[in-house]
Design a protein around this ligand. Structure first.
Ligand code: ATP
Length: 475
């Protein structure tokens, strides 16, 4: 069942404890979300799967750099001067918009009304924008109305820097100004030499990092898709100049396969090469996911030449080169970057897993079940243990098994209601296996294991449950 809007995801998230609004009892904080007991498990599993894929290999090292960095880092990277979005205000409603998004949303509305010629014409104008005034010209000439007031009473378009500014130490003046990092990549670039030397690596090799990033987005929307605080999983792969085409191909394929290997449906993913490349970039492609609100980027794969290391050499005055001690060859490595949002891909995995189906219930009656069909590695809980009834020695057997399984897996124990209802509760949060201790267990020490997607049960000796699960839950 394809989702047509985010409402079922939002309500399930809150009801079952995946995601809550930040500071909800105070009315919430725009663009910030909290992960609940199940959400934190899913997020950890997404990050763990990425960490395993990226760093359990000889040629990639992990790091965890600080969020606060020397302010010159952002001068070198170009963020101080250029990390901004075009912003426009409506004078009547005082509502504030990202100018490019305002135009894109207008184009979408035209398409929905079947006005494809107008939509195409404006899309061409948008792709040709070079200056802020070009956005303004489109908005005024195409009479794009404010979604709030309906008027076209617009200000000029201004640049708005997305970095959150704060102060280091007790004096709040400009000499102490620093930023919350807007991306994790720069922590990798500035540690390039530290890692290469300490880990005895040489190109081709990569550095991977998972961590929080902060962007003061003009408009946040679509749940976890665009938030002001989020997590990224980034990897910079340092290579010899001249090998960038081959490594770009390698990484775009690896990253595509990663999503498929975790159960992402291939018709919900697409590759989107960048039409406009940054002046230093040799190639760039996004992986997009078909969210209920349309296609959206979840990961970018970028061939960045020696731009980043080159800039940090220029601004820091420190050499960031690879030198071959035998041949004397020296060069500033080129970089292939893979940059994926942990929170955005969390949301993609959640949407991808969501399903509602008509099924004949365990009692034979037709029933609607909501099921999160997560890849077992991503599922927040791996196994639920139920005593069929809360007497006759079944709870004792069930708790003994539960305690044992908890040593290996995130597990849960449920005694309340009919077993069919207990299955449904687990289906709704994506638990792949449910183990039931029943009357037969008391005579022959066997249990049933019921699988979430097929709803089929197998009967196994209790002693085989753990090996069975270990095999099924491996990545
Ligand atoms: P967008 O065009 O959507 O703003 P971007 O191209 O600026 O994204 P990158 O700087 O390439 O994004 O960041 C890499 C990844 O980080 C994105 O693919 C996305 O998954 C994630 N990301 C970026 N901005 C946000 C945000 N505000 N909220 C959640 N995730 C984000």
């Amino acid at each position: 069942m394809a989702l047509t809007n985010l409402d079922p995801i939002l309500s399930l998230s809150k009801r079952r404890g995946f995601v809550f609004q930040s500071s909800e009892i105070y009315g919430g904080l725009n663009g910030c979300w909290d992960y609940g007991p199940l959400g934190v498990e899913l997020l950890r599993n997404v990050k763990e799967a990425w960490w395993k894929a990226m760093t359990f290999r000889d040629d990639i090292e992990g790091i965890d750099a600080s969020i606060l960095m020397h302010p010159r880092v952002w001068d070198a990277s170009g963020h101080t001067a250029q990390f901004s979005d075009p912003m426009i205000d409506n004078k009547t409603s005082k509502s504030r918009h990202r100018a490019d998004n305002l135009i894109e949303d207008f184009i979408d509305r035209l398409r929905k009304k079947g006005k494809n010629n107008d939509a195409d014409r404006i899309a061409v104008r948008l792709s040709a924008v070079e200056e802020l005034s070009d956005y303004h010209a489109i908005i005024m000439e195409e009479q794009i109305p404010d979604p709030v007031s309906g008027t076209t009473d617009w200000t000029e378009v201004r640049n708005f820097n997305l970095m959150f500014k704060t102060f280091l130490g007790p004096v709040a003046d400009d000499s102490a100004a620093i930023y919350l990092r807007p991306e994790t990549a720069q922590g990798i670039f500035v540690n390039f030499k530290n890692v290469m030397d300490s880990a005895r690596q040489k190109p081709p090799f990569g550095i991977a990092q998972i961590g929080k990033s902060f962007r003061n987005e003009i408009n946040t929307k679509n749940f976890l898709f665009r938030t002001r605080e989020f997590e990224q999983m980034e990897m910079q792969f340092f290579i010899k100049p001249g090998s960038e085409t081959e490594w770009f191909e390698y990484w775009r394929e690896q990253r595509w396969q990663w999503f498929l290997s975790l159960g992402m449906k291939s018709d919900s993913l697409r590759r989107k090469p960048h039409e406009k490349l940054a002046h230093y970039a040799a190639a760039a492609e996004d992986i997009e996911y078909l969210f209920p609100f349309g296609w959206g980027e979840i990961e970018g794969i970028h061939s960045r030449t020696d731009f980043d290391l080159g800039k940090h050499q220029e601004f820091s005055g420190k050499k960031l080169e690879y030198v071959d001690t035998v041949t004397g060859e020296r060069y500033t490595p080129y970089v292939i970057e893979t940059a994926v949002g942990a929170s955005r891909s969390f949301m993609a995995f959640l949407c991808n897993a969501f399903d509602e189906e008509e099924t004949s219930g365990e009692d034979g009656k037709t029933d609607k079940r909501t099921v999160l069909r997560f890849h077992p590695y991503l599922a927040p809980l791996k196994v639920a243990v139920f005593p069929l009834v809360n007497k006759d020695g079944m709870p004792e057997k069930a708790t003994a098994l539960y305690n044992d399984l908890q040593k290996n897996f995130k597990a849960t124990y449920d005694t309340s209601g009919a077993v069919g209802r207990r299955y449904r509760r687990q289906d709704e949060i994506g638990t792949p296996f449910c183990v039931t201790i029943d009357g037969q267990t008391l005579t022959d020490d066997t249990v049933t294991i019921r699988e979430r997607d097929t709803m089929q049960q197998v009967r196994l000796p209790i002693s085989n449950v753990k090996p069975y699960l270990l095999e099924k839950l491996a990545l």
